[in-house]
Design a binder for this molecule. Sequence first.
Ligand code: PRP
Ligand code: URA
Length: 239
Amino acid sequence: VPSPAQGVGPNYQPDGEKPTATVSKEISYENVHVLSQTPQLIALLTMIRDKRTARADFIFYSNRIIRLLVEEGLNHLPVVEQSVTTPVGRAYLGVKFEGKICGVSIMRAGEAMEQGLRDCCRSVRIGKILIQRDEETCMPKLFYEKLPADIADRWVLLLDPMFATGGSATLAVEVLKQKGVPEHRILFLNLIASPSGVAEFAERFPKLRVVTSFIDQGLDDKKYIIPGLGDFGDRYYTL
Ligand code: PRP
Ligand code: URA
């Protein structure tokens, strides 16, 4: 099933004059949140999907999407009432974040999302899980994990830009659960997901939340996301 196409542009641009672009598939799981398909997001995704985009631009534009994901992810953390007094002596009733958080990146590609998290959450603790997909079988393999000692008391922002079969993210969640992190305190931040991977994941972990910028068309016979952007880790770090 092709991904939906729609007119993308600011509201003052009449529908008939907006350029047609491919937007994210919709998905009907309450625990999956897809970023609003704004002209900015679609333009950023267009840059990083383009095979001609060189590494410096790939890094710059994917960092901008990562920032949007982190900002949206933070909206899913609980807040409590907070009243403050302004310099003119008036009260303002607002909120503040409650609870401790940490990031956990699925290496290598997930490490690219750490700076975006740090930019929003100063001195945030960050754990690492090294999981690599076997190039032949596409099955994920766990090599290493190093996580904050009190991770079971924290909200965990799990970071991985690519979500293909979902095997790597599923294994990472199993590791977190073994460490005592309750599923409802895990928030998975992701750039591009395959529809089958994200649907299976959402059903398997109904209390965990996923924030992604795009649900793509599907997977090819090598289990790469299509249209996708190729190998994120290679394009960000080595290509
Ligand atoms: C990529 C990506 C995910 C995984 C997605 O990592 O960053 O971790 O594949 O595929 P899946 O959903 O089918 O498991 P890869 O293992 O290629 O390693 P890298 O981070 O070093 O590029
Ligand atoms: N990992 C990637 O980097 N890209 C894909 O499309 C699938 C796995």
